[in-house]
Write a protein that binds this ligand. Structure first.
Ligand code: GDP
Length: 302
């Protein structure tokens, strides 16, 4: 999977690494060079704070050493990026039975980010680990959402997909799914939720209610926010809105196969204080990978 992450990133229009290394190798490290480095990092959605930190640290290293070869600069850049991505964060997904109850995973995010696809792919990973998975289609707003989840369920070998008709109460579907999960003694219940953003307040109220209603029966072990890596700063603003409504425990960054803006990983972790746990690398059932900081930095600088 990591090899695939590498090659996918390399195959995408990922120019951040080469750009940076090219700039740093070009000659004297004067202020205009550092500015170019900053522009490249900002262009990759790293955010102002992290960009400043990284460049300051690089400058400091150069100052301490007196000079630096391109190889040394590449090594330092690698170190500094890895520090920003923070390899110490716990990126495991809580998806094993907790005593006498299933783990509960809630998945939130704006429509179109790849939420339902991610639920399907995640279910596939868990089924492959011999886990029994139950899916709940709590997006009752979009007519096709339940069908889409049922299709994914059938595709990846999930026995039960709990849904209701369009317009039904999403919190009730979530409640029933968790209850069924208890009764059927499954390992994990994954709840897909609605993500229409045109009515932001309504959506956030709905998600808070879904959360509250689930918590009447069971703690929520994992609440994954799905973000589309190609949406950059917009995605960041969405993330902040969701973080107010639910307690996000991790981020799934989708469509990383289609963007050079990997810096969003750093930005989102800093802003939300939770790790990127999974990345989406395509539309197929196997295109979900655990986020590996080291492989990620290698791929970015490849
Ligand atoms: P939802 O509205 O958030 O549930 O989004 P969907 O799961 O329906 O996905 C929206 C579109 O994004 C679909 O065409 C998916 O196939 C596509 N998609 C989802 N994840 C990825 C990914 O990691 N990479 C790519 N290239 N496409 C993705």
């Amino acid at each position: 999977r990591m090899t695939r992450l590498r090659s996918r990133l390399a195959a995408s229009n990922n120019s951040m690494g080469k750009g940076l290394l090219g700039i740093l190798a070009a000659g004297t490290l004067d202020e205009s060079v550092w500015e170019e480095v900053e522009d490249t990092l900002l262009g990759a959605d790293l955010g102002v704070e992290a960009t400043t930190e990284l460049v300051d640290n690089l400058k400091q290293r150069v100052k301490v050493e007196g000079s630096a070869s391109p190889e040394q600069l590449e090594m330092w850049l690698h170190d500094e990026l890895l520090k920003l991505v923070d390899p110490t964060m716990d990126r495991r997904i809580a998806a094993s039975r907790q005593g006498d109850r299933p783990a509960v995973v809630m998945v939130v995010g704006v429509n179109g980010t790849g939420k339902t696809t991610t639920v399907g792919k995640l279910a596939r990973v868990l089924v492959a680990e011999d886990k029994e998975v139950l899916l709940g289609a709590a997006d009752t707003f979009r007519a096709a959402a339940a069908d889409q989840l049922e299709t994914w369920g059938a595709r990846v070998g999930v026995a039960t997909v709990r849904s209701d008709k369009e317009g039904a109460d999403p919190a009730a579907v979530a409640f029933d799914a968790v209850k069924d999960g208890h009764d059927e003694e499954v390992d994990v219940v994954i709840i897909d939720t609605a993500g229409r953003l045109h009515n932001k307040v309504g959506l956030m109220d709905e998600l808070s209610k879904v959360k509250r209603v689930i918590e009447k029966q069971s703690p929520i072990d994992e609440c994954l926010l799905v973000l589309d890596a190609t949406t950059g700063q917009n995605g960041m603003r969405q993330a902040e809105v969701f973080a107010k409504a639910v307690d996000i425990t991790g981020v799934v960054l989708t469509k990383l196969d289609g963007t050079a803006k990997g810096g969003i990983v750093v930005l989102v972790q800093r802003e939300l204080g939770v790790p990127v746990k999974l990345v989406g690398l395509g539309e197929g059932p196997d295109d979900l990978a655990p986020f590996d900081p080291k492989a990620f930095v290698d791929a970015v600088l490849d």
